[in-house]
Structure formats: C-alpha cells, structure tokens
Ligand binder design. Structure first.
Ligand code: FPP
Length: 291
C-alpha cells in the first residue's frame, strides 16, 4: 500500500492536507497566508523548519486551580487565557494548524457542574471577532450529537463565519476521542461497501484518512502534553503515528510563549526518520538541498 500514488505524493509534499474530498477530485488544499513568520530574537528556533501542525493536550487546569485554593473551573478559566496566548503566537509564527484537546469523550463523566462550566466557557470564549481580526479559521472535531443545542449552534456559526479565513486553522477537539473518530470512519466505509461504491480490496490507508472527521488537516508533526502525565489519552491515535511527542510538567494555564518555543526547539533537534535509517535521512536531506 505504500506504493499507492497518493501516499507517494503526500510524502513528497507533506504540506498538502489529506481530504475526504480527494476522491471526487475537489480542491482540498486550504489557502494559507501567515501573518508573519518571525520568531522572537531570543528564541532558538529555525523559522524555516517550523511544524505545520501542532497538537496539544491541555492538561493540568484543575491542579493549577487546586494548588491556589481555587475551584477547578477557575483553572479552566485561566486555561482559556493560555489558549488565547498560544493561538496568537502560533498564528504569528505561521503555523498552519493548531489542534487543542478541549473536551474528551471521557470528560462527559465529570461532575455536571464542571461539564457545564467548561461548555459555558467555550461559548463565551469562541469570539468570532477575535478570529476574524486574526484571520483564524475555526473547526471542531468530535461527536457533536452529544453537545447541547446552544453549544452546537455556537460552534457551527463560528465555523461557518470563519471558513474563508486563510491564517491559522484552530481545530477544537470537543466531545472527541480518537477511537470514536476511527469507529465513525469505519461506519462510513462500511456503508460505502454496502452501497457498492467501494470494494473491500480498494481500502487503503488513504481511504481511512479520508473518512476521518479530521480529514482536512495534515498529521501533526509535534504533539505537546502539559501537566506532567506521559500518555496520549485517546487523542489523534491514527494521525500521531509519526509525531514527535513532547511532555512538560507545566500546568496548561502556565504554558506561555516561552514554553511553546522550548517545545518547538526540542522538536527541531530531533531527527524524523519515518522508519528509514539515519544515513538514508541524511542522504535525502542532502539531496533536497542540492535540488
Ligand atoms: C484538562 O485539565 C483540561 C480540560 C479538560 C478542559 C480544557 C478546556 C479549556 C482550557 C477551556 C476551553 C476553551 C477554549 C476556547 C478552547 P484537567 O481539568 O484535566 O486538569 P487536572 O488534570 O489538573 O485535573
């Protein structure tokens, strides 16, 4: 299956997002015009080798609040400020996609007061003007059917109104889990087989990627988890197959621009091999530089 022409194409052009729509021949390349692409003077990051997609597991809001003798929802409130800060900075750097794990399928099991507080916070934080001002396109991935109608309406309006923006795409994973997403994709694929529009033998990795709800985004090169745990917690399991993982003890409300540069700097020191040997990778990079 690695010989599939799409996969070869994608390997050569990692910035082309995969899409459900590829099959029908519709244009899937999202336009992108970063604001600027200048890292601050003191940051040791190379703006030529920035990841195009950063995914974040924002953990530690509750512990941040508890450490200050506050209720957990205060931690989520402070978390929104970190979301603002990191979204602006990614946008400024010219990162194309930022995917934030905002509420997992498992989070529905939290006390109803906390669930409500997070949902309310979400509604008040998704301020369209801010997205418009910053040219940010907002998308949600997750099981919308479980969301309250007013939350659903809010995100759908926001998605619609920001859909033409060409800066950063901010992807909010809400009522999301990777196993849910993959299961949902399997249902779509099974239906196509049942309808006779798809042969089981024709199913390949691209078919699965195209049927994921997150089909519009390229795989993240960098996955950051704050809050000290070292787990993936059912987040982007398919998409993170080759992602570099970065864990920090910093609680999400304290994660700032400097912490983001540290993560990017760490990522830039790693060698991404995709199963090849180090010598092959070095030869490939050498080749690219001479072409
Ligand atoms: C994890 O911390 C965080 C969450 C479950 C919620 C994250 C939500 C926000 C930051 C608000 C969303 C707003 C926007 C605009 C995206 P935790 O509560 O699990 O912390 P703990 O591990 O310390 O208990």
């Amino acid at each position: 299956h690695h010989d599939h022409p799409y996969l070869r194409l994608l390997e050569k052009m990692p910035c082309v997002p995969t899409g459900r729509t590829l099959k029908t021949g519709r244009q899937t390349m999202l336009p992108h015009t970063p604001l600027t692409s200048t890292p601050p003077e003191n940051a040791m990051i190379d703006n030529q080798r920035l990841p195009q997609h950063i995914a974040i597991i924002m953990d530690g809001n509750g512990r941040w609040a508890q450490a200050r003798g506050m209720v957990r929802s205060k931690g989520h409130q402070a978390g929104v400020e970190a979301v603002d800060k990191i979204t602006s900075e990614c946008s400024r750097l010219g990162i194309r996609f930022l995917t934030l794990y905002t509420f997992s399928t498992e989070n529905w099991n939290r006390p109803p007061e906390e669930v409500n507080a997070i949902m309310q916070l979400l509604i008040t934080s998704l301020v369209e003007e801010t997205f418009m001002k910053n040219n940010v396109r907002m998308r949600v991935i997750g099981d919308r059917e479980r969301l309250a109608p007013e939350v659903r309406k809010c995100i759908e309006d926001c998605e619609k109104h920001t859909s033409e923006n060409t800066g950063l795409t901010l992807v909010i994973a809400l009522s999301y889990s990777s196993r849910w997403e993959i299961t949902d994709a399997m249902k779509h694929i099974a239906q196509k087989v049942k309808d006779g529009t798809l042969e089981p033998d024709d199913i390949n990795e691209q078919t699965i990627a195209e049927n994921l709800e997150s089909h519009f985004m390229p795989d993240p090169e960098l996955l950051i988890r704050t809050g000290g745990e070292q787990r993936i917690s059912n987040y982007l399991l398919w998409q993170c197959a080759y992602s570099e993982l970065y864990f920090t003890d910093i609680f999400w409300p304290d994660f700032d621009e400097k912490a983001l540069y540290n993560a990017i700097e760490d990522y830039q020191h790693r060698e991404r091999r995709f199963g090849k040997t180090s010598a092959q990778v070095k030869a490939d990079t050498g080749l690219q530089q001479t072409v």
